[in-house]
Design a protein around this ligand. Structure first.
Ligand SMILES: Cc1cc2nc3c(=O)[nH]c(=O)nc-3n(C[C@H](O)[C@H](O)[C@H](O)COP(=O)(O)OP(=O)(O)OC[C@H]3O[C@@H](n4cnc5c(N)ncnc54)[C@H](O)[C@@H]3O)c2cc1C
Length: 648
């Protein structure tokens, strides 16, 4: 067999918004960039994003007084103080640039209409005069957990519009894109990443791409929840899995998994938060607006973790609507009217018609919470460089950068992909321009041989072993029902045992199709163990974290515990080790002291240490955990105390 070896300056694994924006920046700085993707980039999951992208533009009446500082406050509160506050600061400062840049790339943002506008706020109709001088500016809608209307949107197809525009830039710059090509392992020498072994999904051939810098931009790991996710089938967490396999690069906060309140029941297709932002509300089987009782101030627009828990509890209490596919609740958007639904929420209208056979102008929409977003991922410093391996970067949903902490606010992910894509792309280019590609190709040949051996082992196994699809489905059931919205120590122990049994089954599973080339069963089999290992890090991380923070809710430890758990989980697990190793680092420099989020419970265990002593330990502790030095000093972009001028 001929072993193929290619080279490039910057290898970007993933052609979604984050990977493409990163590649554009590196290419614009003169680096040769190559993008790998499982699918043509425009089919990446970013395309499915619906409701909006947060940026403090303050263009409409209900956004008056907004600023990056208010956005920072909302983001840190939304994260339940799990975020790195400097990163949240960088993000909020740069999000307006990212939105305006997209307009320049061609995104048809929905715009402010000067004069009288008819809105719905908390379910009630309101007329608001938009300033005539703001007519035609980028419009903004309300979203959960924010103090101001901040989500910029292109109807309910924001991701579609953004990805097509960004991909057109990739084409314009002539960046090499290899679709249907999967990175299956990282090549490294123990200290530096040298590229990746990739597998062509058309032919089954393995080859190596050696690069000065490698970027993981593979999106989230929602598919470890099987059918219980709003994510596409390609969101299998392969990037996080190959980083974990190194045993050197840690993943951060894997137990921080978001459940979105409103996905269509039973298909799990997302119905955007923009519906509630635009004035839609939730009803139980008695047509009662339970969120008004549960969260009088924010109602349906509390953060996603809070709303999902209230919905789940409402169904547990027997107030869900029975259906052959289990209970659900109702989303009522009928009052918004046909014109609104067929313009600003057009994609929702389409989804309701095509996937539920209903017309939301006349019908209630059946919804329930489902896994939606991965806050955890490849742990990186503020430049996007991974812990442990120089030359390896991560960006977008695949990364734990970490501006979301334990709960991401709606609209903050699209903005993150573009802000961090640009920022990390610049750092990647700087890194790549400062080094040569000179490296021992033996590491690449060994890695190719190992990958080929893994594929051969699957193809040659015979007998009566379990099906990989049964293992996948069992993993999803375990994750949703035992590592879901409400978690308990007992159920998490059961989940760990069940996942271990599935990992063992994986070694005996047998394929039905033995074609070495175009063979989706083999392609999935090669990912399955990695997915189970990720699932295990989520379950074990959740079991160890004996508190409740953001989306991680332990009914046996219902309080946020800032005394013991104001930290980030790190997990390392080399491919040849039987179990992972966990450690914990400080979340980052804290400027906004831990407090009440403004929604959800105000009960918590306070930290006893002073902020100064906490902050003094951050640099040394994170460095001890493998954090590599960033281009600018830690804390240089934290606008200390700025929040005091706007805090409400
Ligand atoms: C239905 C839905 C609606 C959403 N709506 C919003 C919204 O309104 N606002 C918001 O802010 N966020 C939203 N989100 C979240 C947001 O869309 C995503 O977090 C974001 O788009 C992720 O972008 P990404 O570039 O990191 O990853 P993705 O867009 O998922 O791209 C991952 C890329 O990696 C490639 N890939 C994966 N594994 C490999 C491999 N091993 N080798 C090679 N390539 C690989 C894939 O082919 C793909 O190109 C939504 C999410 C969902 C699921």
């Amino acid at each position: 067999m001929i072993t193929r070896l290619e080279t490039t300056d910057v290898l970007v694994i993933g052609g979604g918004l984050a990977g493409e924006r990163c590649a554009i920046e590196a290419a614009a700085a003169g680096q040769e960039a190559m993008i790998l993707s499982l699918v043509p980039p425009r089919r990446s999951h970013s395309c499915a994003a619906q409701g909006g992208m947060q940026a403090a533009l303050a263009n409409c009446a209900k956004a008056e007084g907004d600023s990056p500082t208010v956005h920072f406050l909302d983001t840190v509160r939304g994260s339940d103080w799990g975020a790195d506050q400097e990163v949240a600061n960088i993000f909020a400062d740069e999000a307006p640039v990212a939105v305006r840049e997209l307009a320049h790339f061609g995104v048809p943002w929905s715009r402010v209409k000067g004069g009288k506008n008819h809105y719905f706020i908390k379910g009630a109709a309101v007329d608001i005069d938009e300033a005539l001088e703001n007519d035609g500016l980028i419009g903004q809608r309300d979203f959960g957990g924010t103090a101001k209307w901040r989500a910029c949107y292109a109807a309910a197809g924001t991701g579609h519009a953004a990805l097509y525009a960004v991909d057109s830039e990739v084409v314009r710059l002539g960046i090499t894109v290899r679709d249907r090509t999967e990175a299956v392992s990282l090549i490294h020498d123990g200290g530096r990443c040298l590229g990746a072994v990739v597998r062509c999904l058309r032919t089954g051939t393995h080859f190596a791409v050696m690069a000065k810098a490698t970027v993981i931009a593979t999106g989230g790991y929602g598919r470890i929840y099987g059918q219980y996710t709003s994510n596409a089938t390609i969101n299998e967490g392969t990037g996080a899995a190959i980083a974990l396999d190194t045993g050197i690069v840690p993943l951060g906060n894997m137990e921080a998994v978001q459940f979105h309140p409103t996905t269509l029941a039973p298909s799990g297709i997302l119905v955007t938060e923009g519906c509630r932002g635009d004035g839609g509300y939730l009803l139980d089987k008695n047509m009662h607006r339970f969120m008004v009782d549960a969260e009088p101030a924010k109602q349906e627009l509390a953060s996603r973790d809070v709303v999902s828990r209230h919905m789940q509890q409402t169904m547990r209490d027997g107030n869900g609507v029975d259906s052959p596919y289990g209970p659900h609740l109702w989303l009522d958007i009928r009052h918004l009217g046909e014109e609104h639904l067929r313009t600003k929420l057009l994609e929702v209208w389409d989804i309701c018609r095509d996937f539920a056979g209903i017309n939301p102008v006349n019908d209630l929409v059946p919804v329930r919470p489902t896994q939606h977003y991965s806050m955890g991922g490849v742990r990186v410093n503020k430049d996007g460089q991974s812990y442990g391996l120089s030359g390896l970067f991560a960006v977008g949903e695949a990364a734990c950068w970490d501006m979301h902490g334990f709960n991401r606010l709606g609209g903050n992910s699209l903005a993150e992909t573009l802000v961090s894509g640009r920022l990390v792309g610049r750092r990647v280019a700087e890194y790549a321009s400062g080094i040569s590609l000179r490296a021992d190709t033996g590491f690449a040949f060994d890695a190719i041989a190992a990958a080929e051996q893994r594929a051969r082992a699957w193809l040659s196994r015979t007998g009566k072993g379990p099906s990989i699809y049964d293992i996948r489905d069992a993993m999803g059931e375990t994750m949703m029902h035992k590592v879901g919205i409400f978690r308990t120590g007992d159920e998490l122990s059961e989940a760990v045992n069940e996942l271990q049994a599935l990992l063992d089954d994986c070694d005996n599973a047998v394929l039905r199709c033995r074609d070495p080339g175009v063979n989706p069963e083999l392609a999935f089999a090669l990912r399955l163990k990695g997915m189970l290992r990720l699932a295990m890090t989520v379950a074990l991380g959740a079991q160890a974290r004996t508190e409740s923070r953001g989306a991680h809710f332990r009914t046996d430890y219902p309080l946020r515990n800032d005394e013991q758990w104001l930290n980030r989980t790190l997990v390392r697990w080399a491919a040849d080790q039987s179990e992972p190793t966990f450690s914990y680092e400080p979340t980052g420099l804290i400027d906004l002291p831990p407090g009440h989020r403004g929604y959800g419970s105000d009960e918590r265990i306070e930290m006893k240490a002073s902020l100064d002593s906490y902050n003094n330990s951050v640099l040394a502790e994170q460095t001890g955990h493998g954090r590599l030095e960033s281009a600018e000093a830690m804390g240089s972009r934290l606008r200390r105390g700025a929040w005091k001028t706007v805090a409400q």
